[in-house]
Design a binder for this molecule. Sequence first.
Ligand SMILES: O=C(O)CCC(=O)C(=O)O
Ligand SMILES: [Fe+2]
Length: 242
Amino acid sequence: MKRLDDMSIRQDRLGAVDWSRLGRELDASGAAMIPGLLSADECQSLVALYTDDSHFRSRVVMARHGFGRGEYKYFSYPLPGLIQELRTRFYPHLAPIANRWSEAMGIETRYPADHADYLDRCHAAGQQRPTPLLLQYAAGDYNCLHQDLYGEHVFPLQMAILLSRPGVDFSGGEFVLTEQRPRMQTRPVVVPLQQGDAVIFAVHHRPVRGAKGIYRVTMRHGVSEVRAGHRHTAGIIFHDAT
Ligand SMILES: O=C(O)CCC(=O)C(=O)O
Ligand SMILES: [Fe+2]
């Protein structure tokens, strides 16, 4: 297993991401998958970090807060190399989509091209604590539908990466999104992730073009019950927390 700080995502894997497809899928449904973003080795290295508390600022037991069942840990700064790299290298591709969404929804916020500049804005507003996290679920665990909001500043897209193998390490535990449309019933979406696959999705709102113009839908995400085994994920949120 490689040491995480020596790791850097292979250029070809980021180079292989079809950013225009990603943008089209996000515009159409509020979520887009990136198959095979991380190797099995990289996934295992991230899972192995979970038990080493020197990497984390806090641990949350979900049942204590009514969030579901299972637990997660927020990384501390400096982030492990791979997580830092994913966060800074994805952001510039997502900021134009975020800006397009702001404009479509009539929101004034615009996002700078570089993640460091966006973090400066969060930090100046008192959102200084890192939000990337690792989640761990055992049989019977689940994650209630939620939105990862941590203050006034919200970057409207986030990423989750499945680190475990469905059908081998765990069963059940599907990544779920819901979309609540004005005056309509809520639409569910299941994202069929394999180990190393990432999903980019809307944090809380996204614009949808309807017959009478653009309207705003509310998104939530969660995880259905894990039926057997253990499931790990990495979450990358682009705003920091108060
Ligand atoms: O475990 C998952 O797939 C969901 C993780 C999550 O809620 C997040 O990354 O924000
Ligand atoms: Fe989440």
